[in-house]
Design a protein. Structure first.
Length: 229
């Protein structure tokens, strides 16, 4: 099973793959780099919104006192592990997070801090501002794409030993398509099943001749891994 998810999530997924009796091939296509951002004092915001588990590490310890709304269950689990005590999960995508915020929060109760990656969160900001919320969008991390396919991925593709490839974001899906074309290995995925966490990721992957292309019922890891059964 090819895992293209960046760390630290990649290793966590690999452990779950092994628990299923399958062999993971770790080949992260993105590296996460934390950024120093000017953040408001936690007591001045109504809540923190996190669109990715990668954003949690970019929040200082003082922020743990604020309620946190997470885009999905994995992000919520990472927030709790980091010390956040008031955490709720939207169990979905950015629009699901906007729905949760509208249901749980009030525009008049104070601004919201959106912690996200560079270039992310714009759709969420637009949706919430349209509802009257003041949203402070802060970029706390960025991702750097791999310049070539990691060696474990190349070896598995050449040996044609892959059963499936897991893609946790549209960004990693696009990066894989670009790198495999550059390597001249487009036809090496004929017998591989592509598992996409969302429809947009599936669209990006559809440019390659996969043996099959499956999309998770909901955009989370549990639903993605359920496709293996």
């Amino acid at each position: 099973m090819l895992i293209t998810r960046p760390e630290p999530g990649g290793s966590e997924t690999a452990a779950r793959i092994r628990a299923l009796g399958l062999e993971p091939v770790l080949a992260p296509l993105l590296a996460v780099r934390l950024l120093r951002a000017r953040l408001p004092e936690p007591e001045t915001v109504q809540a923190i919104l996190a669109t990715s588990g990668n954003a949690i590490a970019g929040l200082p310890p003082a922020s743990r006192i604020a309620p946190l709304l997470a885009v999905g269950d994995a992000t919520a689990e990472r927030a709790r592990a980091a010390g956040f005590t008031h955490v709720q999960s939207a169990s979905g995508n950015a629009l699901d997070l906007a729905t949760l915020a509208r249901r749980r929060l009030k525009p008049a109760a104070g601004p919201l801090l959106l912690a996200c990656g560079r270039g992310h969160g714009l759709e969420l900001v637009t949706a919430l501002r349209a509802e009257g919320f003041r949203v402070l969008r802060r970029t706390v991390y960025r991702t750097e794409p791999a310049r070539s396919l990691p060696e474990p991925a190349l070896a598995a593709l050449h040996a044609q030993t892959l059963r499936a490839a897991l893609f946790f974001s549209t960004e990693t899906a696009r990066q894989f398509v670009s790198l495999i074309r550059r390597a001249g290995l487009k036809n090496s995925v004929h017998g591989v099943i592509a598992l996409a966490i969302s429809a947009p990721a599936g669209v990006a992957l559809s440019l390659l001749p996969w043996g099959d292309l499956l999309i998770a019922a909901r955009p989370n890891q549990d639903e993605l891994l359920a496709l293996l059964q």
